[in-house]
Design a protein around this ligand. Structure first.
Ligand code: NAD
Ligand code: TYD
Length: 365
């Protein structure tokens, strides 16, 4: 990654509310940011839904600058009390219902957490920024969002920050709603905000409902590896730690109200990706090359399945000098190695709740 030392610091976090820090990207962000941002204290607010694992970051308490609160971002009394207690200068907002397939089954929780929950946070941030006595606090709200708000691409082209919104799944629509509310709070009340919309993340601590950890889990268990449709849909893959470094860069150096797209620049069809994972896992397990290929099972496609996502990451690289540190091959190697070394983490996810989701999701497809 390139150096950011020549870029002016536009926001210096001192007291940081991280929401959703027990989830995949939030855990990785805390593990990345707490040791580096030594001037800042961190509070992790997370409801610990099926996707939350506070133990991912429990060791950070040893720094004396990290604490965990189990609670709901959509609870205005709790959020207000936390703002009063900690005097947050900074919100990095990850908490969300994040899985497209679950949003197709049960959209309501997506609207509650992603739209209502975001608004509750914005409202407390607004009051911390413009105080009752008319004075202004030093506050910045970083909203972590997704490329899925822009809809789907054909074989050509890239999403840009200026691309009109066209969300297609309940998940994408709820994230689009939250993005609009963040910009509305900036426009109407002047709340200082920045936004980032990233491509598909992968890496350690990702819940095994998502494609990459699900494929690794199923190869290990010798279960069928479900590929939707013909496996020709395309995603742009970003290693999670690179996403975290991009968030830190945008949070501290981007201009007020900026939106940056964060891209791994690594487009693959799902079937290509699954073949690579099979190669890597088989090699690690000393199985003969491609031995697990017969696990691939093409299943009924996801309803409304977006064909392709791809992002123009050049403004983030030109303005803020950010580039990903790992290519996909290296990132997948590291990811496979991590899951194989942490099988107990994967197994813990395999509880009754997950099994009943899994059955509902894949049975009869
Ligand atoms: P995740 O599902 O792994 O984690 C979400 C976390 O939010 C969990 O710990 C969960 O307990 C918590 N949470 C859910 N509802 C809550 C509520 N009401 N109150 C408090 N906490 C709550 O998700 P993730 O993959 O880490 O995604 C984090 C953010 O990044 C989301 O906003 C998502 O939209 C965005 N994003 C994800 C990706 C990706 O590829 N995973 C890509 C782009 C953007
Ligand atoms: P996913 O990890 O759910 O992320 P998103 O839907 O947010 O992009 O899925 C990534 C791609 O993999 C997507 O095109 C759907 C596909 N997919 C499968 O083919 N099989 C699966 O079992 C899953 C979970 C996803």
């Amino acid at each position: 990654m390139s150096d950011s030392s020549d870029l002016p610091v536009l926001h210096a976090p001192r007291s940081v509310l991280v929401t959703g820090g027990a989830g995949f990207i939030g855990s990785n962000f805390l593990r990345y940011a707490v040791p580096r941002m030594t001037e800042a204290r961190f509070v992790n607010l997370d409801l610990v839904t099926y996707a939350g694992r506070p133990e991912n970051t429990a060791h950070l308490a040893e720094t004396g600058r990290y604490s965990f609160v189990r609670g709901d971002i959509a609870d205005p009394d709790l959020v207000r009390a936390l703002f009063d207690q900690h005097g947050f200068t900074t919100v990095v907002h990850f908490a969300a219902e994040s899985h497209v397939d679950r949003s197709i089954m049960d959209p309501m929780e997506f609207v509650r957490t992603n739209v209502l929950g975001t608004t509750v946070l914005l409202d407390s941030a607004r009051k911390a920024w413009r105080r009752d006595d008319g004075s202004f606090g030093d506050v910045r709200f970083h909203h972590v969002s997704t490329d899925e708000v822009f809809g789907a691409l054909g074989p050509e082209g890239l999403f840009r920050a200026s691309t009109p919104y066209d969300p297609r799944s309940p998940y994408a629509a709820s994230k689009a709603g939250s993005d609009h509310l963040v910009r509305a709070y900036a426009h109407t009340y002047g709340l200082p905000v920045v936004l980032s919309n990233s491509s598909n993340n992968y890496g350690p601590f990702q819940f095994p409902e998502k494609l990459i950890p699900l494929v690794i889990r199923n190869i290990l268990r010798r279960d069928p590896v479900p590929v939707y449709g013909k496996g020709l849909n395309v995603r742009d893959w970003l290693f999670v730690e690179d996403h975290c470094s991009a968030i830190e860069r945008i949070l501290t150096r981007a201009a007020d109200r900026a939106t940056y797209l964060v891209s791994g620049g690594e487009e693959r069809t799902n079937i290509e990706l699954v073949h690579t994972l099979i190669e890597l896992v088989d090699a690690e397990l000393d199985r003969s090359p491609g031995a697990s290929r017969d696990l691939i099972q093409f299943v009924t496609d996801r309803p409304g399945h977006d064909f392709r996502y791809a992002l123009d990451g050049s403004p983030l690289s030109n303005d803020l000098g950010w580039r990903p540190s790992r290519d996909l091959k290296q990132g997948l190697r590291d990811t496979v190695a991590w899951y194989l070394e942490h099988r107990e983490w994967l197994e813990k996810a395999d509880d009754d709740r997950f099994r009943s989701y899994y059955q509902r999701q894949y049975q009869g497809r």
